[in-house]
Design a protein around this ligand. Structure first.
Ligand code: NDP
Ligand code: 8X3
Length: 260
């Protein structure tokens, strides 16, 4: 029987790349996001290309009732979810704490923390009943060290780190693995969303840094998810070669290379 993975935020970036890689490797995939058109397109293309079962669940992870309803419905046909990737998330704005937009703060807290909790609350009991499963939370280097103007976004990712540690303890007796994957800057729609659709400002973030790509994160998730049953990666932080941590990075042009 094919294994099943549930990926939140699969309409773009990491989530889309993760869903694609697992489908390519024969997993049935459950994909989530708010943009239904994109979900349907992805479902079609994965089914056509890889002949796996793709279930699309269009809901907003911030909406507790909608999340419960969608997953309750899913449970009528799916009794085992092997992997949950809590990936849906965003940054909104980049401002000092005294000037931050409180609506942006709500969006980040509601999506990155509460959304992750609502989905986990629905899926973890299924894994517990099966005494197996793997929850992979997408954190960030922003959840390891704070950076200027990152305040609330960083706080949400610190929360993902804390929740991952705590979930691992809670679920340990049931043989459920919990992994936090913490990428550094990666070229997706992330900055476009953060800067409210400002393409020029978003593109500048990745200029001359050779940033991580969504497929790099998908590879890391796949690695963690396919280790032997007794091995659990607790925490995996990855950055591109020009970034040391969430606070310090250089441009490719500043990197010292060997002269021939
Ligand atoms: P993208 O903007 O490309 O993708 C974000 C995904 O999250 C989209 O599929 C979006 O779908 C979904 N999403 C956002 N809000 C909701 C919601 N309320 N309900 C359901 N789905 C939602 O960004 P990334 O792929 O880069 O980001 C994925 C995760 O990785 C995020 O948690 C982000 O914080 C984290 N991250 C990103 C890094 C980066 O530099 N790119 C580095 C480290 C971590 P839709 O709009 O259709 O709902
Ligand atoms: C996303 C990476 O550096 O923009 O989590 O916070 S960063």
């Amino acid at each position: 029987m094919n294994r099943t993975i549930f990926v939140t935020g699969a309409t773009s970036g990491f989530g889309k790349a993760i869903a694609t890689l697992f489908a390519k490797n024969g997993y049935n995939v459950i994909i989530n996001g708010r943009r239904n058109e994109r979900l349907q397109e992805l479902k079609q293309s994965l089914e056509n290309e890889y002949h796996v079962q793709v279930t699309s669940l269009c809901f907003d992870v911030r909406d507790k009732v909608a999340t419960e309803k969608a997953i309750d419905e899913l449970k009528k046909s799916v009794t085992q979810i092997d992997i949950l990737v809590n990936n849906a998330g965003l940054a909104a704005g980049l401002a000092t704490i005294d000037e931050g937009d409180t609506d942006n703060w709500d969006r980040m807290i509601d999506t990155n923390i509460k959304g992750l909790l609502y989905v986990t609350r629905q899926i973890a009991p299924m894994m517990r009943a099966n005494c197996s499963g793997h929850i992979i939370n997408i954190g960030s280097t922003a959840g390891k060290i704070a950076y200027k103007n990152g305040n609330v976004y960083c706080a949400t990712k610190f929360a993902v780190d804390a929740l991952s540690q705590s979930m691992r303890i809670d679920l340990l007796p049931y043989g459920i693995k919990v992994t936090a994957i913490n990428p550094g800057m990666a070229e997706t729609e992330f900055s476009l969303v953060r800067f409210g659709g400002d393409e020029e400002r978003a593109a500048k973030m990745y200029e001359g840094v050779n940033a991580l790509q969504a497929t790099d994160i998908a590879d890391a998730v796949y690695y963690c998810a396919t280790l032997p049953p007794h091995v659990c990666v607790n925490d995996l932080t990855l950055t591109c070669l020009t970034q040391a941590n969430g606070f310090y990075s250089i441009k490719e042009s500043e990197r010292i290379t060997k002269q021939n």
